[in-house]
Design a protein around this ligand. Structure first.
Ligand SMILES: C[S@@+](CC[C@H](N)C(=O)[O-])C[C@H]1O[C@@H](n2cnc3c(N)ncnc32)[C@H](O)[C@@H]1O
Length: 218
């Protein structure tokens, strides 16, 4: 498997992963089944160190209500849900019933199904169903890249002051420096620039995984 952090050698990436806490058995089986069943799409999963980072950040910010846009087979949602308290809630959005069917099974095995509400449909429409008040403590955006500005707008207004918003693939394997004709990469470049100018948040772009933009709501 090639390193998800493109600036690291395979060996150094393995060292990084090995020196974070061990993934639990459910996470290991979820990622293995995803690679087996969806070999062409399995690269969409976040990296193991990103998963651990999301769990820790969920705990650190004491999140009770989290939102995820782009769930796939449930790996990142499992990581976030693991950081929530017993009565915490994670609302997930994804268009695919097939991918999220796998997610549900592993969430149940991991004992976090009761904390997760899955809404299958287009996030650009369904995010508007969330209460308008700023009740989100932590959000993770990882769906189609051209939708990022819409997801960002819907989430920023609903995030409480001090709440955290994470956005994945902010570096696109380094291609943000020369996006060419790729609509996806161009969308990320435009999104990164827009987020940088957004005075409702303070942000840092972390070179973890494929680049993780971290924003704190002011
Ligand atoms: C990069 S994957 C998410 C990976 C996941 N966060 C993980 O770490 O395993 C992107 C997901 O976004 C979903 N998606 C694409 N367009 C969407 C949309 N308009 N609304 C909601 N989900 C969408 C896809 O079905 C796919 O499962």
């Amino acid at each position: 498997m090639s390193p998800k952090t493109f600036t690291l050698s395979n060996e150094l990436h393995a060292y990084v992963v090995a020196h974070g806490s061990e993934p639990d058995d459910v996470a290991k089986r979820l990622t293995a089944e995803t690679r087996e069943r969806f070999p062409d799409d399995a690269g969409m999963m976040i990296s193991p160190e990103q998963a651990r980072f999301l769990t820790l950040m969920t705990k650190v910010c004491g999140a009770g209500h989290a939102v995820e846009v782009g769930t796939f087979t449930g790996y990142s949602a499992l990581a976030i849900a693991r950081g929530l308290p017993q009565d915490g809630r994670l609302t997930c959005f994804d268009t695919s019933a097939e991918y999220t069917g796998v997610a549900r099974r592993f969430w149940a095995e991991g004992g976090v199904l009761g904390r997760i509400e899955l809404r299958v449909g287009r996030a650009e429409e369904r995010l508007r169903e969330l209460p308008a008040e700023p009740g989100i403590d932590l959000a993770f955006i990882d769906a189609d890249k051209t939708g990022y500005p819409t997801y960002w707008e819907e989430i920023v207004v609903r995030t409480r002051p001090g709440g955290l918003i994470f956005v994945d693939n902010a570096l696109r394997g380094g291609r943000v420096l020369s996006p060419g004709d790729s609509a996806d990469v161009r969308a990320v470049v435009e999104f990164n620039a827009m987020a940088r100018e957004d005075d409702r948040v303070e942000i840092v772009l972390l070179p973890i995984g494929d680049g993780l933009l971290m924003a704190r709501r002011l």
